[in-house]
Design a protein around this ligand. Structure first.
Ligand SMILES: Cc1ncc(COP(=O)(O)O)c(C=O)c1O
Length: 390
């Protein structure tokens, strides 16, 4: 059976060239980067060279790059670390209703511990109106955290404008750029952010390694204690091979960024247009314009069908996709992102996220489109919600 992977937003396969770069640090250069002997020094060189590469690619200084175990940890450290540090002067936090759970759950945790939190709403394509931020921000706001690109629908926010509003009121600005890095240009100077999170496994690097950018001079409280690693901000023996892989993966992605963006935009146009012409009542969630959306993310709602049923049917034919709904206690709960975009529940429950990547071909999409109409027809025939007389 054919095997077609269309879930690149979930994770990506490790690029062979990244593996090659990592292997020496898993074998001969295995030292602990904190050790003083030559084994340790060799590992330390790998770690610091990676830090320099990553900093240069993001427009940062090497001293502003901190290594973590991935996007979730970077998000937790950014939000809680800043909130804890500025607690006595400012105890208000602003984020959005469409963030990844790493931010939303961190914000809820802070709320339980006495912080005031505002969750900004979005419009029907998932965009935050900067005026919403202006309305909510005050002199007590410690940090504003808004994601650069959404993982479910791909909507790209105007981070520069939002960061400027935060700075006018003395607040810090963090962006979760996990779904943006390696797909669109991300430069911390251009965006003028104070903190940024990224994760290697979203751009063909290894799982379990990420970066938090923290602008020089900004104080943060560490969340893990027990060592002087990462200048005391993140205790724990560094994952040297992982970090070397992250740097190699970022370098590869950046080298081909524009050409790949164009290729994936063309594939997305083809996919959306063909599905909408072959199947009735299919709606794109998020902006149609490829420059306002990470083009490789195509979230479609199939009216009157459950997303989970589509996933299982596609999986039986070898196609891996994700849905925007989660099955909780027997009922389908629509995604918080689609709900915030005011997508009606019956459409949100029938949403599928197709996310393409480096190894996706037009043939993969043609195959997917060739099997979809029959799946949707069959599921709609069983659906009490679908109007069969149309
Ligand atoms: C926007 C966003 N933030 C954070 C994360 C978490 O990253 P990680 O899997 O590295 O913990 C993800 C992963 O899906 C994501 O899409």
């Amino acid at each position: 059976m054919k095997q077609i992977y269309l879930d690149y937003n979930s994770t990506t396969p490790l690029d062979e060239r990244v593996l090659e770069a990592m292997l020496p640090y898993l074998k001969s250069k295995f030292g602990n980067a904190s050790s003083l002997h030559s084994f340790g020094r060799e590992a330390k060189v790998g770690l610091e060279e990676a830090r320099e590469k990553i900093a240069a690619l993001l427009g940062a200084e090497p001293s502003e790059i901190y290594f973590t175990s991935g996007g979730t940890e970077s998000d937790n450290l950014a939000l809680k670390g800043i909130a804890l540090n500025r607690q006595s002067k400012r105890n208000h936090i602003i984020t959005s209703a469409i963030e990844h759970h790493a931010i939303l759950e961190s914000a809820k945790h802070l709320e339980k511990n006495g912080y005031r939190v505002d969750y900004l709403g979005v419009d029907k394509i998932g965009l935050i109106n900067p005026a919403f931020l202006r309305n909510k921000i005050d002199d007590q706001t410690s940090i504003v955290s808004i994601m650069q690109a959404n993982n479910e629908v791909g909507t790209i926010q105007d981070i520069k404008a939002l960061a400027a509003i935060a700075h006018e009121r003395g607040a810090l600005f963090h962006t979760d750029a996990v779904q943006a890095v390696g797909k669109i240009k991300v430069n911390v100077k251009d965006l003028d952010v104070d903190l940024l999170s990224l994760s290697a496994h979203k751009f063909y690097g290894p799982k379990g390694v990420g970066t938090m950018f923290l602008r020089k001079g900004i104080k943060i409280s560490p969340l893990s204690h027990g060592g002087h690693h990462e200048k005391g901000r993140r205790a724990g023996t560094e994952n040297v091979a992982g970090v070397v892989g992250l740097a190699a993966a970022l370098e590869l992605a950046e080298k081909n960024l524009e050409a790949e963006h164009e290729r994936l935009s063309d594939l997305a146009d083809f996919f959306i247009e063909k599905i909408q012409s072959d199947i009735e009542d299919v709606f794109l969630n998020g902006p149609r314009d490829n420059s306002s959306r990470v083009p490789s993310t195509v979230n479609l709602s199939f009216q009157a069908v459950e997303g989970e049923s589509i996933i299982l049917s596609l999986d039986m034919k070898g196609v891996g996709v994700a849905s925007g709904s989660a099955c909780t206690s027997g009922s389908l709960e629509a995604s918080h992102v689609l709900t915030a975009m005011a997508i009606p529940p019956e459409l949100a429950q029938g949403s599928i996220r197709f996310s393409m990547g480096r190894f996706t071909t037009k043939e993969d999409l043609e195959y997917t489109i060739s099997i979809l109409p029959e799946i949707i027809d069959r599921l709609r025939a069983m659906s009490p919600l679908y109007n069969k007389d149309k």
